[in-house]
Design a protein around this ligand. Sequence first.
Ligand code: CA
Length: 214
Amino acid sequence: MLGQLQNFVAVLLLASCSSQEFVGESGVRQPGKPKLPPVSPPVELEKPPTTNENPPSDGVSTDGGGLVSTPGTPVIKLGIGFNDGLGYHRDDRDFNDAVVCFEGPFNYDSVKKEIYSAKKQTVPVHIGSISACENNVLIKITAANGETTVTEHATNINKRVNFDFSPGSKLSVSFKGTKKNKACPNLPTDGTLIHQGNTDWIIIEGDKCRDYGN
Ligand SMILES: [Ca+2]
């Protein structure tokens, strides 16, 4: 009886052994490798969610409200150039007679000509002019709660001035003529403000500061 049991166990062991060998052999003989590709897609599937996280930080331009405080908002350089010779027969329209340039995490809507600060920050703003005509620039910063500060500077100070921005605050730049000559016959010197959205007088550009001129 014991002998029979030993034989039975031995048969079981053999069967088990040959079964493993058979699996092993079949794995070698059969072109089992095509089964590998289906294994890798799950790895690729992990990538799309990572990619989907990018669009939110992609919001360089504001979506109208502009009250975006996305931590990922990239630093942009903006140059606001003023051309004071509108109407002058030799007007070069170089938009470099006065400039306001700065950089930081801002959202700029190039259609609405609106600029919003993406975060709380202090930004050195370059204010300059080397025109024969003279003008001031008004820097208006409107916080998300409506609180507004306006400061006025002669553009020919040619230096950087620090401005404080709160998250979502809006920057509005206007120029005001103070002294004209024949090269800027239409520059209003009666206190009229020329806002940054007025493309006859002003250009707003990325990565360009026209801090040169005549
Ligand atoms: Ca000019």
